[in-house]
Design a protein around this ligand. Structure first.
Ligand SMILES: [Zn+2]
Length: 312
């Protein structure tokens, strides 16, 4: 073990970490770190969960239980993952997150979490399973979903499900388009399969939304990213939150709720996008393709990434 890891372990062990990330419905669902009592510095910390995380189906009593560390035991993937973390850290500016690897006890426990203390735990099994089944872009999509929860935790406080999960999906789609320049046609398969297979928490639709709702929320994020790129207009986290909540409530969940009037939203979701969202929710479509403008490149577009606003 190298010295930095020992130091990190000591720092982590010295504090009790409360997780309240994905899907915590009430305070009793918080995750509590449990430290070991060995005399030598432990290699990592143990976290224990009484709740499902973002993806696991919640049927396994070991859910969320595992050690935390810093490596996927593969230099290539560690480097790639580190690059992705740095990119998302820049994209989600002023939304801090320390990202750790969670060593789930088994593949059945594969998961990812965002904690209100500022940590994101990306499961080791989750990582390799996702790459094997959906490719490397799936890792970026999952991490962005977790960073979306961090946005909620930092800016908006506790949110109820399925709204919190659907908005995190919208943030994920928004990042994949604006931060990575993916067209919907390239990432559609990932979102559709991830949400539809049942691999990723599909046993509790009330908790996370149905697969169609989740797919349409990701689509919404991509549509908003396209608008941002086309209009060269940077949005605040509050703007995005208003847009996402308005659309998710009215067009994805079909609720009649009081939301900001359309005229106060910084961008107007196009009617054809709304119709497409409704078609996805009904299971009639996987979403017509959305592409960013040909001239768009994430490399010189950081001025369009979400902005932090202090005055709200
Ligand atoms: Zn989640």
């Amino acid at each position: 073990m190298d010295i930095s890891k020992i130091i990190i372990s000591l720092i982590m062990v010295s504090s009790l970490i409360i997780l309240a990330g994905c899907g915590s419905d009430d305070d009793s669902n918080e995750l509590t770190a449990v430290t070991t009592t060995t005399t030598l510095p432990p290699p990592s910390q143990v976290v224990r969960s009484s709740q499902a995380g973002c993806y696991v189906n919640g049927l396994n009593s070991n859910t969320g239980f595992g050690e935390v560390g810093m490596t996927f035991n593969d230099a290539y993937y560690d480097q790639k993952f580190g690059e992705e973390i740095n990119l998302q850290r820049s994209f989600f500016s002023n939304i801090p997150a320390n990202v750790y690897v969670l060593y789930e006890p088994s593949i059945q426990d594969k998961n990812a979490y965002a904690s209100s203390n500022g940590d994101i735990y990306f499961g080791y099994h989750m990582f390799y399973y996702s790459i094997a089944n959906y490719g490397e872009l799936a890792v970026a999509g999952i991490l962005a979903h977790e960073w979306g929860h961090r946005v909620q935790q930092v800016r908006f406080g506790k949110m109820e499900n399925p709204l919190a999960e659907l908005e995190a999906d919208a943030f994920s789609g928004f990042y994949m388009a604006l931060g990575k320049s993916w067209a919907w046609s390239s990432i559609q398969g990932y979102y559709a399969n991830v949400y539809a297979t049942g691999d990723y928490n599909f046993h509790s639709p009330n908790h996370h939304g149905t697969s169609e709702q989740r797919l349409s929320a990701a689509y919404l994020g991509v549509a908003v990213a396209q608008d941002v790129a086309q209009n060269q207009m940077q949005l605040t986290y509050e703007d995005l939150h208003s847009i996402f909540l308005t659309e998710i409530n009215s067009n994805i969940l079909g609720l009649q709720v009081r939301t900001k009037s359309k005229s106060t939203l910084p961008i107007d979701i196009k009617n054809d996008v709304r119709l497409e969202i409704k078609s996805i929710v009904k299971g009639e479509s996987l979403g017509k393709n959305i592409e960013l403008p040909e001239s768009y490149s994430p490399d010189n577009s950081s001025h369009l990434w979400p902005q932090f606003s202090f005055n709200q």
